[in-house]
Design a protein around this ligand. Structure first.
Ligand code: SF4
Length: 222
């Protein structure tokens, strides 16, 4: 089987706890959500078989120079049959970092043994228009045993109920929360004061939380 891949490129991770590390990004096409703030082009792409993708990255990149390979999208877990065949090829050659919207909870166990770090979203209904809370709970339950953090993209519409729901998930599954202000072009959509206010609301109930803007937007890299 083949997977449609939008782009393969070397860059600097701009989000979350591994910010600043050099990663090889493999961006898969397609997504099962339709977030209002999505600024990612993931529809156009080239189809690769697992062996074709492996040969491309081995021939064009020196995997030893990367912190990890980022499987991103779109939603990479939509390509679970492809990943099940592809990931054994690179096992032991690079760490695997999965960026996911954390809704396809039944797919993760299929490739869990190959994943080193999970960057999983907690989507807010005020941003996506849909309530994915129950999907996230089931997803984080399946992350057990893997280094996992949850990213929350927020804007001025974030509600106190959403904050408490996210904290409830984080407490239950003992995960770090990364608050990420929504960006408009290369600027934050909310003020620094608003960011501090939201961080305070989280820290009143949960300590394992950090606020990290998208650094790659300031660096002007992909
Ligand atoms: S989950 Fe990510 S890729 Fe999918 S629509 Fe939302 S922001 Fe875009």
């Amino acid at each position: 089987m083949k997977a449609k891949i939008n782009e393969i490129f070397s860059s600097i991770q701009g989000e979350g706890p591994v910010v600043g590390y050099k990663q090889l990004f493999i961006r898969f096409c397609g997504c099962n959500l339709n977030c209002a703030y999505c600024d990612t082009e993931f529809q156009k792409g080239i189809e690769y078989s697992p062996t074709e993708l492996y040969e491309k990255i081995i021939n064009e990149f020196d995997l030893e120079t990367f912190h990890s390979i980022s499987l991103t999208g779109g939603e990479p877990l939509l390509n679970i049959d492809f990943l099940r065949e592809f990931l054994p090829f690179i096992q032991g050659k690079s760490k695997i970092y999965l960026e996911t919207n954390a809704t396809l909870f039944d797919k993760l166990p299929i490739i869990k043994d190959y994943i080193d770090i999970i960057s999983a979203d907690i989507k807010l209904k005020s941003s996506t228009g849909v309530d994915t809370t129950e999907l996230h709970k089931r997803f984080f339950k399946n992350c057990s045993g893997i280094e996992t953090f949850a990213k929350i993209v927020f804007d001025k519409n974030i509600t106190d109920t959403e904050i408490l729901t996210a904290i409830d998930i984080a407490k239950t599954y003992e995960i770090e929360l990364i608050l990420q202000p929504k960006m408009l072009e290369n600027k934050m959509s909310v003020s620094a004061d608003f960011c501090s206010e939201i961080l305070d609301k989280f820290t009143q109930n949960y300590k394992n939380v950090r606020l990290i803007p998208q650094v790659h937007k300031f660096l002007n890299v992909r």
